[in-house]
Design a protein around this ligand. Structure first.
Ligand code: TLP
Length: 345
Protein backbone atom coordinates (compact mmCIF):
# COMPACT_ATOMS: atom_id res chain seq x y z
CA UNK A 1 0.00 0.00 0.00
CA UNK A 2 1.30 3.46 -0.85
CA UNK A 3 1.74 5.62 2.24
CA UNK A 4 0.41 9.18 2.00
CA UNK A 5 2.57 11.12 4.41
CA UNK A 6 0.89 14.34 5.52
CA UNK A 7 2.72 14.62 8.87
CA UNK A 8 4.76 17.64 7.78
CA UNK A 9 6.44 19.39 4.86
CA UNK A 10 9.68 18.36 6.62
CA UNK A 11 9.34 14.90 5.04
CA UNK A 12 10.13 16.26 1.58
CA UNK A 13 13.28 14.79 0.08
CA UNK A 14 15.97 16.56 -1.95
CA UNK A 15 15.38 16.42 -5.72
CA UNK A 16 17.95 15.44 -8.36
CA UNK A 17 19.34 18.98 -8.66
CA UNK A 18 19.92 19.14 -4.89
CA UNK A 19 21.58 15.72 -4.87
CA UNK A 20 23.85 16.85 -7.70
CA UNK A 21 24.68 20.05 -5.79
CA UNK A 22 25.52 17.98 -2.70
CA UNK A 23 28.00 15.91 -4.73
CA UNK A 24 29.64 18.83 -6.49
CA UNK A 25 29.64 21.53 -3.77
CA UNK A 26 32.90 23.40 -3.37
CA UNK A 27 33.86 22.94 0.29
CA UNK A 28 35.93 24.52 3.04
CA UNK A 29 35.81 24.56 6.83
CA UNK A 30 32.88 26.69 7.96
CA UNK A 31 34.18 27.09 11.52
CA UNK A 32 37.15 28.87 9.96
CA UNK A 33 34.58 30.74 7.84
CA UNK A 34 35.96 29.57 4.52
CA UNK A 35 33.38 27.18 3.09
CA UNK A 36 32.54 29.02 -0.16
CA UNK A 37 29.18 27.29 -0.62
CA UNK A 38 28.03 28.22 2.87
CA UNK A 39 29.18 31.80 2.32
CA UNK A 40 27.21 31.91 -0.94
CA UNK A 41 24.05 30.57 0.76
CA UNK A 42 24.40 33.02 3.66
CA UNK A 43 24.80 35.97 1.29
CA UNK A 44 21.77 34.81 -0.68
CA UNK A 45 19.66 34.41 2.48
CA UNK A 46 20.63 37.84 3.79
CA UNK A 47 19.70 39.42 0.45
CA UNK A 48 16.34 37.60 0.25
CA UNK A 49 15.42 38.67 3.78
CA UNK A 50 16.78 42.20 3.44
CA UNK A 51 19.31 41.83 6.27
CA UNK A 52 23.05 42.56 6.38
CA UNK A 53 24.17 39.03 7.20
CA UNK A 54 23.04 35.45 7.74
CA UNK A 55 24.31 32.34 9.52
CA UNK A 56 23.74 28.72 8.51
CA UNK A 57 22.21 26.58 11.25
CA UNK A 58 21.58 22.87 11.62
CA UNK A 59 17.86 23.36 12.32
CA UNK A 60 15.13 25.87 13.00
CA UNK A 61 15.19 24.94 16.67
CA UNK A 62 18.89 25.76 16.84
CA UNK A 63 18.36 29.04 14.97
CA UNK A 64 15.60 30.16 17.37
CA UNK A 65 17.69 29.14 20.39
CA UNK A 66 20.79 30.94 19.14
CA UNK A 67 18.70 34.04 18.38
CA UNK A 68 17.35 34.06 21.94
CA UNK A 69 20.82 33.45 23.41
CA UNK A 70 22.17 36.35 21.34
CA UNK A 71 19.40 38.80 22.27
CA UNK A 72 19.10 37.83 25.97
CA UNK A 73 21.06 37.19 29.11
CA UNK A 74 20.22 34.77 31.95
CA UNK A 75 17.13 35.85 33.87
CA UNK A 76 15.79 37.93 30.98
CA UNK A 77 12.18 37.50 29.89
CA UNK A 78 10.94 36.82 26.36
CA UNK A 79 7.37 37.46 25.25
CA UNK A 80 6.05 34.58 23.13
CA UNK A 81 2.64 33.41 21.93
CA UNK A 82 1.00 30.65 23.96
CA UNK A 83 0.67 28.65 20.72
CA UNK A 84 4.16 29.43 19.44
CA UNK A 85 6.60 26.82 18.22
CA UNK A 86 9.25 28.19 20.58
CA UNK A 87 7.00 27.48 23.57
CA UNK A 88 5.61 24.11 22.44
CA UNK A 89 8.22 22.28 20.43
CA UNK A 90 11.70 23.46 21.32
CA UNK A 91 12.19 21.41 24.48
CA UNK A 92 12.26 24.51 26.66
CA UNK A 93 15.77 25.17 25.35
CA UNK A 94 15.59 28.93 25.91
CA UNK A 95 15.06 28.26 29.63
CA UNK A 96 17.17 25.13 29.98
CA UNK A 97 20.19 26.47 28.12
CA UNK A 98 19.73 30.24 28.16
CA UNK A 99 18.21 30.69 31.64
CA UNK A 100 15.52 32.78 29.95
CA UNK A 101 11.90 33.03 31.12
CA UNK A 102 9.29 32.53 28.42
CA UNK A 103 6.27 34.77 29.08
CA UNK A 104 3.40 33.35 27.03
CA UNK A 105 0.60 35.64 25.89
CA UNK A 106 -2.64 34.46 24.30
CA UNK A 107 -2.38 33.88 20.57
CA UNK A 108 -5.57 34.82 18.75
CA UNK A 109 -7.09 32.63 16.03
CA UNK A 110 -4.46 33.79 13.50
CA UNK A 111 -1.46 33.60 15.83
CA UNK A 112 -1.28 37.30 16.66
CA UNK A 113 -0.88 38.81 20.12
CA UNK A 114 -3.00 41.62 21.52
CA UNK A 115 -0.93 44.83 21.59
CA UNK A 116 -2.55 46.07 24.83
CA UNK A 117 -1.94 42.73 26.56
CA UNK A 118 1.64 42.86 25.37
CA UNK A 119 2.19 46.38 26.61
CA UNK A 120 0.72 45.41 30.00
CA UNK A 121 3.33 42.69 30.62
CA UNK A 122 6.41 44.71 29.67
CA UNK A 123 8.47 45.06 32.85
CA UNK A 124 9.23 48.52 34.13
CA UNK A 125 12.76 49.01 35.45
CA UNK A 126 12.53 47.75 39.04
CA UNK A 127 15.02 45.86 41.15
CA UNK A 128 12.53 42.97 41.56
CA UNK A 129 11.75 42.32 37.91
CA UNK A 130 13.40 40.43 35.11
CA UNK A 131 14.14 42.52 32.03
CA UNK A 132 11.73 42.17 29.11
CA UNK A 133 14.41 41.54 26.51
CA UNK A 134 12.70 40.21 23.39
CA UNK A 135 9.42 39.73 21.53
CA UNK A 136 9.12 36.58 19.39
CA UNK A 137 6.62 36.40 16.52
CA UNK A 138 5.91 33.48 14.17
CA UNK A 139 5.03 33.67 10.45
CA UNK A 140 3.46 31.55 9.08
CA UNK A 141 1.92 30.51 12.37
CA UNK A 142 2.15 26.75 12.66
CA UNK A 143 -0.32 25.81 15.42
CA UNK A 144 -2.80 28.40 14.17
CA UNK A 145 -2.99 26.58 10.85
CA UNK A 146 -0.30 28.24 8.73
CA UNK A 147 -1.71 31.75 8.82
CA UNK A 148 0.26 34.31 6.79
CA UNK A 149 0.66 37.51 8.79
CA UNK A 150 1.04 40.77 6.85
CA UNK A 151 3.11 43.75 8.02
CA UNK A 152 -0.24 45.49 8.76
CA UNK A 153 -1.25 42.55 11.00
CA UNK A 154 1.89 42.84 13.11
CA UNK A 155 2.24 46.64 13.02
CA UNK A 156 0.55 47.28 16.42
CA UNK A 157 2.91 44.79 18.12
CA UNK A 158 5.93 46.23 16.36
CA UNK A 159 4.90 49.72 17.51
CA UNK A 160 4.68 48.66 21.17
CA UNK A 161 8.01 46.82 20.98
CA UNK A 162 9.73 49.81 19.37
CA UNK A 163 8.25 52.24 21.86
CA UNK A 164 9.75 50.19 24.71
CA UNK A 165 13.05 49.47 22.95
CA UNK A 166 12.38 45.71 22.80
CA UNK A 167 13.96 43.87 19.85
CA UNK A 168 11.90 41.46 17.75
CA UNK A 169 12.84 37.96 16.63
CA UNK A 170 10.74 36.42 13.89
CA UNK A 171 10.38 32.64 13.71
CA UNK A 172 9.90 32.61 9.96
CA UNK A 173 10.39 28.86 9.53
CA UNK A 174 7.87 29.12 6.66
CA UNK A 175 8.33 32.81 5.78
CA UNK A 176 8.39 32.01 2.05
CA UNK A 177 4.97 30.36 2.37
CA UNK A 178 3.75 33.61 3.90
CA UNK A 179 5.43 35.68 1.17
CA UNK A 180 3.89 33.57 -1.61
CA UNK A 181 0.43 33.62 0.00
CA UNK A 182 0.50 37.39 0.56
CA UNK A 183 2.21 38.06 -2.80
CA UNK A 184 4.84 40.14 -1.02
CA UNK A 185 8.62 39.88 -1.07
CA UNK A 186 10.00 38.18 2.05
CA UNK A 187 11.92 41.41 2.76
CA UNK A 188 8.58 43.09 3.55
CA UNK A 189 7.77 40.42 6.13
CA UNK A 190 11.24 40.56 7.71
CA UNK A 191 11.58 44.35 7.74
CA UNK A 192 10.26 44.95 11.27
CA UNK A 193 12.26 42.10 12.82
CA UNK A 194 15.75 42.57 14.23
CA UNK A 195 16.45 38.90 13.59
CA UNK A 196 14.62 36.33 11.52
CA UNK A 197 15.12 32.65 10.94
CA UNK A 198 13.77 30.54 8.11
CA UNK A 199 14.01 26.85 7.26
CA UNK A 200 15.26 25.19 4.07
CA UNK A 201 14.01 21.75 5.05
CA UNK A 202 10.26 22.30 5.08
CA UNK A 203 8.29 23.06 1.90
CA UNK A 204 11.55 24.08 0.20
CA UNK A 205 12.58 20.39 0.32
CA UNK A 206 16.25 20.69 1.26
CA UNK A 207 17.52 17.86 3.49
CA UNK A 208 18.51 20.09 6.44
CA UNK A 209 19.36 23.61 7.48
CA UNK A 210 17.98 26.97 8.54
CA UNK A 211 19.32 30.50 8.27
CA UNK A 212 19.42 33.12 11.00
CA UNK A 213 19.49 36.63 9.50
CA UNK A 214 20.15 40.02 11.07
CA UNK A 215 22.62 42.87 11.30
CA UNK A 216 26.30 42.09 10.79
CA UNK A 217 27.03 42.75 14.47
CA UNK A 218 24.16 40.49 15.61
CA UNK A 219 25.27 37.65 13.35
CA UNK A 220 28.85 37.86 14.60
CA UNK A 221 27.61 37.48 18.18
CA UNK A 222 25.26 34.68 17.08
CA UNK A 223 28.22 32.84 15.50
CA UNK A 224 29.77 32.46 18.93
CA UNK A 225 26.50 31.21 20.46
CA UNK A 226 26.15 28.72 17.61
CA UNK A 227 29.63 27.37 18.38
CA UNK A 228 28.72 27.09 22.05
CA UNK A 229 25.66 24.91 21.40
CA UNK A 230 27.72 22.65 19.16
CA UNK A 231 26.45 24.01 15.87
CA UNK A 232 29.81 24.84 14.28
CA UNK A 233 29.98 22.43 11.34
CA UNK A 234 32.91 21.89 9.00
CA UNK A 235 32.39 20.91 5.32
CA UNK A 236 28.77 21.89 5.63
CA UNK A 237 28.72 23.21 2.08
CA UNK A 238 27.30 19.76 1.24
CA UNK A 239 24.09 20.94 2.89
CA UNK A 240 24.36 24.57 1.84
CA UNK A 241 24.64 23.49 -1.81
CA UNK A 242 21.23 21.83 -1.57
CA UNK A 243 19.92 24.91 0.24
CA UNK A 244 20.94 27.19 -2.62
CA UNK A 245 18.99 25.03 -5.08
CA UNK A 246 16.03 25.08 -2.68
CA UNK A 247 15.96 28.89 -2.64
CA UNK A 248 16.48 29.10 -6.40
CA UNK A 249 13.86 26.56 -7.46
CA UNK A 250 11.38 25.74 -4.70
CA UNK A 251 9.88 29.04 -3.55
CA UNK A 252 7.55 29.56 -6.52
CA UNK A 253 6.05 26.10 -6.29
CA UNK A 254 4.84 26.61 -2.70
CA UNK A 255 1.65 28.03 -4.26
CA UNK A 256 0.82 24.47 -5.42
CA UNK A 257 1.01 23.26 -1.81
CA UNK A 258 -1.29 26.10 -0.76
CA UNK A 259 -3.85 25.20 -3.43
CA UNK A 260 -3.64 21.53 -2.42
CA UNK A 261 -4.09 22.45 1.24
CA UNK A 262 -7.23 24.42 0.39
CA UNK A 263 -8.50 21.48 -1.68
CA UNK A 264 -7.77 19.08 1.21
CA UNK A 265 -9.67 21.36 3.60
CA UNK A 266 -12.65 21.48 1.24
CA UNK A 267 -12.69 17.69 0.99
CA UNK A 268 -12.35 17.32 4.79
CA UNK A 269 -15.27 19.73 5.29
CA UNK A 270 -17.56 17.18 3.58
CA UNK A 271 -16.91 14.63 6.35
CA UNK A 272 -19.57 14.63 9.10
CA UNK A 273 -17.07 14.11 11.94
CA UNK A 274 -14.74 16.97 10.91
CA UNK A 275 -14.97 20.66 11.84
CA UNK A 276 -12.94 22.91 9.55
CA UNK A 277 -13.33 26.22 7.75
CA UNK A 278 -11.59 25.82 4.38
CA UNK A 279 -11.49 29.62 3.97
CA UNK A 280 -9.20 29.81 7.01
CA UNK A 281 -6.49 27.79 5.23
CA UNK A 282 -3.99 30.40 4.05
CA UNK A 283 -0.89 28.35 3.20
CA UNK A 284 0.10 24.67 3.34
CA UNK A 285 -0.99 23.72 6.87
CA UNK A 286 -4.43 22.18 7.43
CA UNK A 287 -5.67 21.94 11.01
CA UNK A 288 -9.06 20.41 11.81
CA UNK A 289 -11.04 19.27 14.82
CA UNK A 290 -12.86 15.98 15.32
CA UNK A 291 -16.49 16.34 16.39
CA UNK A 292 -16.60 12.61 17.19
CA UNK A 293 -13.85 10.29 18.40
CA UNK A 294 -10.35 11.15 19.55
CA UNK A 295 -7.03 11.70 17.86
CA UNK A 296 -5.39 9.06 20.07
CA UNK A 297 -7.79 6.48 18.67
CA UNK A 298 -7.95 7.73 15.10
CA UNK A 299 -4.35 8.42 14.10
CA UNK A 300 -2.93 4.90 14.64
CA UNK A 301 -5.82 3.39 12.67
CA UNK A 302 -5.42 6.01 9.96
CA UNK A 303 -1.70 5.20 9.81
CA UNK A 304 -2.55 1.50 9.44
CA UNK A 305 -4.75 2.52 6.48
CA UNK A 306 -1.76 4.32 4.91
CA UNK A 307 -2.30 7.97 5.85
CA UNK A 308 0.05 9.75 8.24
CA UNK A 309 -1.00 12.92 10.10
CA UNK A 310 0.05 14.59 13.36
CA UNK A 311 -1.81 15.38 16.57
CA UNK A 312 -2.29 19.00 17.59
CA UNK A 313 -4.38 18.06 20.63
CA UNK A 314 -6.84 15.42 21.88
CA UNK A 315 -9.31 16.27 19.10
CA UNK A 316 -7.15 18.32 16.75
CA UNK A 317 -5.28 16.96 13.72
CA UNK A 318 -2.74 18.56 11.38
CA UNK A 319 -2.13 17.57 7.76
CA UNK A 320 0.46 19.28 5.55
CA UNK A 321 0.52 18.85 1.76
CA UNK A 322 3.97 19.22 0.21
CA UNK A 323 6.02 18.49 -2.89
CA UNK A 324 5.04 15.00 -4.07
CA UNK A 325 1.47 15.22 -2.80
CA UNK A 326 -0.98 15.60 -5.70
CA UNK A 327 -4.75 15.92 -5.78
CA UNK A 328 -5.26 12.18 -6.23
CA UNK A 329 -3.27 11.56 -3.02
CA UNK A 330 -5.59 13.95 -1.22
CA UNK A 331 -8.70 12.22 -2.60
CA UNK A 332 -7.30 8.87 -1.47
CA UNK A 333 -6.31 10.21 1.96
CA UNK A 334 -9.78 11.65 2.58
CA UNK A 335 -11.45 8.42 1.40
CA UNK A 336 -9.25 6.40 3.77
CA UNK A 337 -9.98 8.78 6.65
CA UNK A 338 -13.69 8.50 5.98
CA UNK A 339 -13.53 4.69 5.86
CA UNK A 340 -11.47 4.44 9.06
CA UNK A 341 -13.71 6.83 11.01
CA UNK A 342 -16.93 5.23 9.76
CA UNK A 343 -15.65 1.77 10.71
CA UNK A 344 -15.08 3.04 14.26
CA UNK A 345 -18.61 4.34 14.80
N1 TLP B 1 8.10 22.43 13.01
C1 TLP B 1 7.87 21.01 12.86
C2 TLP B 1 7.60 20.36 14.22
O1 TLP B 1 8.56 20.72 15.14
C3 TLP B 1 6.26 20.69 14.79
C4 TLP B 1 6.72 20.80 11.90
O2 TLP B 1 6.55 19.64 11.47
O3 TLP B 1 6.01 21.76 11.60
N2 TLP B 1 9.54 27.10 13.96
C5 TLP B 1 8.42 26.64 13.37
C6 TLP B 1 7.28 27.56 13.18
C7 TLP B 1 8.34 25.30 12.96
O4 TLP B 1 7.22 24.87 12.41
C8 TLP B 1 9.45 24.46 13.16
C9 TLP B 1 9.37 22.99 12.79
C10 TLP B 1 10.59 24.98 13.76
C11 TLP B 1 10.60 26.31 14.16
C12 TLP B 1 11.81 24.13 14.07
O5 TLP B 1 12.46 23.70 12.94
P1 TLP B 1 13.37 22.36 12.99
O6 TLP B 1 12.41 21.22 12.86
O7 TLP B 1 14.27 22.53 11.81
O8 TLP B 1 14.11 22.37 14.28
Amino acid sequence: MDIIDLRSDTVTQPDEAMRAAILSAELGDDVFGDDPTVLRLEAMAARLLGKEAALFMASGTMANLVAILTHCGRGDEVIVGDESHILHYEVGGASAIGGVLLRPLRNDARGLLDAAEMEAVIRPPDVHFPRTALLCLENTHNRRGGTALSPEDTAPLVAVARQHGIPIHLDGARIFNAAVALELPATDLARDADSVMFCLSKGLSAPAGSLLCGSRAFIERARKQRKMVGGGMRQVGVLAGAGIIALETMVGRLAEDHANARYLAERLATLPFVAIDPAAVETNIVVFDLTAGTVADLLPRLAAAGVLATSFGPRRVRMVPHRGIERHHIDTAVARLSAVATAAV
